[in-house]
Design a protein around this ligand. Structure first.
Ligand SMILES: [Zn+2]
Length: 271
């Protein structure tokens, strides 16, 4: 990933998505906002008991920094589902300045509407951005362990193929920072679901111990399910940045034991 510092804000971009023109995209960090502990400082989440006015100021600060008006953001409610929602012009600004208007009960947003910034939020979960430069369609998905075993990233890719006629070979994908296989310890009940979905745990769960716990590799599980949808591996960039290891830079729910803010990933087609 490429890191940018501008006016005290620090953001990242995927290399593969930056090489093509036609979009603006970002992965935000926790650096450069106004929120107080435990949400310091660029918390973008309205749902985490931070002061709403401060969250709004943080969002406005990020929007100004990346050059997209906040009123052009469309943000998902996120409920750990596999629901993919196609965002239309009427949904411009949904969830941008409050939680009430967020796109309900969905974890993936897809659109071909230009100048509309699809945004998903995280504190350890995987955020995945999609771009088809040929058909000019974009998507943003959120996947924790539930979304990963429900194949939300794969279903997003399938939606791009079936609803927008995207050719798998044209799709460029970025898998963002999340809790890594170094720190994402999960219990036997999660491991059972991983095995149920993927037909085994090889490459998905590392170091399964006598207590039945192991380390879930969200990056590999999301990459493989996208490859299963026909996307060439070389089109997929994995940030390989662990939010727990880099809790100074990204919000990590595990690292902060629950109470923390949210960073975001967004993507917008330029007109
Ligand atoms: Zn780590």
């Amino acid at each position: 990933m490429l890191e940018t510092h501008l006016q005290s804000l620090s953001t990242f971009r995927f290399q593969n998505l930056s090489e093509r023109g036609g979009i603006n995209h970002f992965v935000s960090t926790r650096i450069g906002g106004l929120s107080l502990p435990p949400y310091e400082s660029l918390n973008l989440g309205f749902h985490v008991e931070d002061t709403p006015e401060t969250v709004l100021k943080n969002r406005e600060r990020l929007a100004a920094n990346i050059g997209i008006p906040l009123s052009d953001f469309t943000i998902a409610e996120q409920v750990h589902s596999d629901t993919v929602t196609i965002v239309t012009e009427e949904m411009r600004g949904y969830g941008a300045s409050n939680l009430d208007t967020a796109v309900k009960a969905t974890d993936a947003l897809v659109t071909d509407v230009p100048n509309l910034c699809l945004t998903v939020l995280s504190a350890d979960c995987v955020l995945v951005l999609f771009f088809d430069p040929q058909k000019r369609v974009i998507a943003a998905a959120h996947a924790g362990w539930r979304g990963t075993v429900k194949l939300v990233a794969q279903k997003t890719a399938e939606t791009l193929k079936t609803k927008f006629d995207c050719a798998p070979a044209d799709l460029l994908i970025g898998i963002g920072p999340s809790i890594g296989p170094c720190h994402y310890e999960v219990g036997p009940e999660v491991i059972a679901q991983v095995e149920g979905t993927f037909g085994g745990r090889d490459g998905y769960i590392n170091d399964k111990g006598p207590d039945g716990k192991g380390y879930f590799n969200l990056w590999e599980a999301n990459k493989r399910q996208i490859i299963e949808a026909g996307i060439p591996a070389q089109n997929i960039e994995v940030a390989r940045i662990c939010t727990y290891c880099n809790a100074h830079l990204f919000f990590s729910e595990r690292h902060q034991k629950g109470r923390t803010g949210r960073f975001g990933a967004g993507i917008m087609l330029s007109a």
